[in-house]
Design a binder for this molecule. Structure first.
Ligand code: UGA
Length: 438
């Protein structure tokens, strides 16, 4: 959706096809069906965007982006059935005069662009036609919560293609982003000192692997700092200082070194599982990726351990949780550390109360079995609790009246699972403060 909105904003005519009528209805009314800052404002900007089913498919389109989900199968591999179904539908509908580039944007294992090409060609053959069609892989690097920013101001645009037509079409399509010739949309101003992005071309197989390697590397960086956070707690060091100290080395870089309650989201876990599955097909061990996942599970568990170290038996306690979504700026709860932590607390016999500024409806919808008490604000989450745990660093949690909150708690214990709060203020207010890696 963000890609569509940005392409429309930069002057293209874009038709968005989906099979979910609720999503289509919501978008046609200018409402984003999920929480993504700036998207609503952009949709209200009179863009050349239309929404519908296959009936709005343009058989002569210059480019067709396949951007469907590739969820994980139970064995960890990516489920490519939506990609394949869409490829077949494209083959059924494309015009024989088309000069179309079919762009695979979904996160897919190496070889998928080739598979998409084969499916479309086979379908065209059954229609007895051939077209001047080419395939490209164009992985996406958007982060939820800052998706528009990442779309308009990327570090690089990666295109994997085996022919010039595909590369030229995509280069042209992204020209105004590559050259930054568009007027920045009001909700997404251009950052100062922004350097023009690199247009990086390669083969489809490499482009597909770049996407997995990027996500795996970022997750590994976080697991790495989290592992050091555990050690910092033992030796009495402060992980925030350690992260700053190593991040100043440009070879390491400052980003993705924030220790916390573990990484989550629909991408890191799913993508690491999928690439581990690919590696297993070659009997190839990927030790670092296996450890990345293992370290992340321990990191989530470390929040429980901290509670146990202070409260001992958790049965009969009430724990208030601040933050449900897997990160701030989104209502997405897929693989959110909150889910695993809340589940474990409930298993151990604690009562869990939770507040999130936007993610409560999506958590209720996606985890109806989770017996959490959802509350309307942070004050209610803290009331009569034995401990308060911050899991998602929504900005609003940094500005709460902790003195008042503490006065309504049974015990003034706070676990700051994102090192987002000011320990001095909390300690001054009589809290026992426990961060991560400090
Ligand atoms: C991730 C990648 O960052 C995007 O580049 C990629 O396009 C996307 O997956 C995808 O494959 O679609 P996203 O899952 O939206 O983006 O979220 P991130 O901002 O990367 O955060 C992932 C998790 O890591 C969150 O739970 C966040 O709290 C955690 N995190 C992030 C840390 O614990 N520490 C950090 O320093 C950074």
């Amino acid at each position: 959706m963000t890609t569509a909105a940005a392409l429309a904003y930069t002057g293209h005519t874009v038709s968005c096809i989906d099979r979910n009528p609720e999503v289509l209805y919501s978008l046609s009314c200018g409402r984003a069906p999920f929480h993504e800052p700036g998207l609503k404002e952009l949709l209200a900007d009179g863009l050349l965007l239309s929404f519908g089913g296959w009936e709005i498919f343009d058989p002569l389109a210059d480019a067709i982006f396949i951007a469907v989900a590739t969820p994980g199968n139970p064995g960890g591999d990516a489920n490519l059935s939506y990609v394949e179904t869409v490829a077949e539908e494209i083959g059924r509908r494309i015009d024989k005069r088309a000069n179309t580039v079919v762009v695979v944007k979904s996160t897919v294992p190496p070889g998928t662009a080739r598979r998409v090409e084969a499916i479309i060609s086979a379908t065209l053959e059954t229609r007895g036609i051939s077209t001047n069609l080419s395939i490209a892989s164009n992985p996406e690097f958007l982060r939820e919560g800052t998706a528009l920013y990442d779309m308009f101001y990327p570090d690089r645009i990666v295109v994997g293609a085996n022919n010039e037509l595909a590369v030229d079409t995509l280069r042209q399509m992204f020209t105004s982003i590559l050259e930054q010739t568009f007027k920045p949309p009001a909700p997404v101003p251009r950052p100062q000192n922004y350097k023009l992005p690199v247009f990086f071309t390669t083969t489809p197989d490499s482009a597909e692997l770049i996407k997995y390697a990027a996500n795996a590397f970022l997750a590994m960086k976080i697991s790495f700092i989290n592992e050091f956070a555990g050690l910092a707690e033992h030796v009495g060091a402060d992980i925030t200082e350690v992260a700053r100290g190593i991040g100043l080395d440009e070879r390491i870089g400052r980003c993705y070194l924030m220790a916390g309650a573990g990484w989550g989201g629909s991408c890191f876990g799913k993508d690491i599982s999928a690439i581990l599955h690919t590696a297993r097909q070659f009997n190839y061990d990927m030790y670092m990726l296996e450890a990345t996942v293992k370290a992340n599970l321990r990191q989530q568990e470390s929040i429980i351990k901290k509670l146990q170290s202070e409260l001992k038996v958790l049965r009969g306690t009430t724990i208030g949780i601040l933050g449900i979504s897997f990160k701030p700026g989104t209502d997405d709860v897929r693989e959110a550390p909150f889910i695993a932590i809340a589940r474990r607390l409930i298993e151990l016999g604690a009562v869990v109360k939770a507040f999130d500024p936007v993610a409560i409806p999506s958590c209720r919808r996606n985890h109806p079995d989770l017996t959490v008490i959802y509350v309307n604000n942070a004050e209610e989450a803290a009331k009569n609790c034995d401990a308060l745990v911050l899991i998602t660093e929504w900005d609003v949690f940094s500005h709460l009246d902790y003195e008042k909150l503490g006065n309504n708690m049974k015990q003034k214990l706070i676990i700051d699972g994102r090192n987002a709060l000011n320990p001095k203020t909390l300690i001054k207010n009589g809290f026992k403060y426990m961060g991560v890696g400090c």
